[in-house]
Design a protein around this ligand. Structure first.
Ligand code: NAP
Length: 245
């Protein structure tokens, strides 16, 4: 069993996700004022956790890095469950254990770290010291299906929001683990080639990460500042995984 996974993101019309580059909305308000509604919608989606990739966390929330140099690798890969104290948790996908935390909470939510089996013992001690729960996503930390199963089985998660960035969204898409996309379209155009988009999948040129999937529009709402909120359910046929090279 795994939780329901909703990918909740705000993008420009061209699908780009770097909010620092966005043009002002026509409403005359600032980008920050216009985009704050993203968090209201996130609350409305009523999930037990939101998930972020390591880059996004280091850019916006916890910039410091943990130095593993010369430290022995962990030998035990048992998940650690701290006493959770907040209604919602933040799941951080950080395979190499690069983030050095200052607190056990980010944005008021308890952190749960998803790791590979290549982190140092000292890193696990660092997390335990801050009461940060952790679990393992296989040898390289990329076994997202296993991580989601652990979130359901050990942490009791039934619905989680995947909130970027593009790299982790792409990894979940490729793994066929996204059940719904909640997309807030911001009235902007980035336009620069190479800027990250909603999904950044890696693989051979012929890879079709959505092969076999169909998308059903279940919600369409015009919000303040010319933002449009769309919800799409992803239906997958039995062929979806075998269609990928
Ligand atoms: N508009 C929005 O709604 C929104 C939301 C969130 C973020 N953002 C923007 O997104 C940008 C950052 O996104 P990003 O795509 O560069 O990075 P990201 O997705 O936040 O993080 C990528 C990192 O996550 C780790 N990771 C964990 N599991 C992985 C897996 N299975 N496959 C691949 N990587 C995995 C890797 O860390 P290691 O390199 O350590 O292995 C990888 O480099 C920022 O500009 C941020 O502002 C926008």
């Amino acid at each position: 069993m795994r939780p329901q996974i909703i990918c909740h993101m705000m993008t420009t019309l061209d699908g780009r996700i770097d909010g620092d580059r966005w043009n002002l909305p026509h409403s005359g308000r600032s980008v920050d004022e216009a985009t704050v509604g993203y968090y209201d919608i996130s609350d409305r989606l009523d999930a037990q956790a939101w998930m972020l990739g390591r880059n996004t966390v280091q850019i916006h929330h916890a910039p410091h890095s943990f130095d593993h140099d010369g430290l022995p690798l962990a030998t035990q890969y048992e998940p650690f469950l701290s006493q959770r104290t907040t209604r919602r948790s933040l799941v951080v996908l950080d395979p190499k254990g690069r983030i050095r935390y200052e607190h056990g909470r980010i944005e008021g939510d308890d952190v749960i770290a998803v790791l590979s089996e290549q982190v140092s013992d000292a890193y696990l001690a660092h997390l335990r010291e801050l009461d940060i729960s952790y679990l393992f996503a296989g040898q390289d930390g990329h076994d997202l299906a296993l991580a989601m199963q652990t979130l359901a089985d050990l942490f009791g998660m039934r619905r989680v929001l995947l909130e970027g960035g593009g790299e982790v969204n792409g990894a979940f898409l490729k793994a066929g683990l996204i059940d719904e996309v909640s997309l807030m379209l911001y009235p902007g155009i980035d336009g620069l080639s190479g800027i990250h988009t909603l999904f950044e999948c890696h693989g051979p040129a012929g890879l079709l990460p959505s092969a076999g999937a169909t998308l059903e529009l279940t919600h369409l709402e015009r919000l303040q500042d010319d933002i449009v909120w769309l919800r799409y359910l992803i239906h997958r046929s039995a062929l979806s995984s075998s269609a990928q090279p």
